[in-house]
Design a protein. Structure first.
Length: 148
């Protein structure tokens, strides 16, 4: 599968990245981290999925960087995967993502913050109750409900 990450066909690269995550082989980590810079947004989303399945120390930092991707679906996937990883160091990046222009990215960041049990995350969720979008406010309330 590793050579398939270099294939000229984006669909093959996407499926390879996804499969590498599913088999959870840590030897794929370096190749996936490199593939996070792929030109194709669908490939980057699959790479984010793959990284989320691996237990990597360097993945959260790269996923936080992906919150700045040009493609909103990549940013959304990064927030979702950070939620899955649960690294509290991601709170500042997720809080910044609450200012994203894309509502789905803001909601994904809220759900990720709901899984971060610290005061900064709770404060970000409280601030999100003031968002202009009613779906974001609803997600913020739901996320606050997950905290003890």
């Amino acid at each position: 599968l590793l050579p398939a990450l270099q294939d000229s066909d984006a669909k093959i690269r996407k499926h390879a990245a996804w499969a590498l995550g599913e088999i959870e082989d840590p030897r794929a980590a370096d190749a996936l981290l490199v593939a996070l810079a792929d030109d194709d947004a669908e490939v980057r989303r699959a790479v984010i999925h793959g990284l989320g399945e691996l237990d990597l120390r360097q993945a959260p930092a790269r996923l936080m960087d992906a919150l700045q991707d040009v493609d909103p679906q990549v940013r959304q996937a990064a927030a979702h995967t950070l939620s899955h990883i649960g690294d509290p160091l991601a709170v500042p990046a997720l809080t910044a993502a609450l200012q994203d222009t894309d509502v789905k990215v803001r909601r994904a960041a809220l759900m990720a913050l709901a899984d971060m049990p610290n005061e900064a995350a709770v404060n970000a969720l409280l601030e999100a109750l003031k968002d202009a979008d009613p779906q974001v406010r609803k997600a913020a309330a739901q996320a606050l409900g997950k905290h003890d």
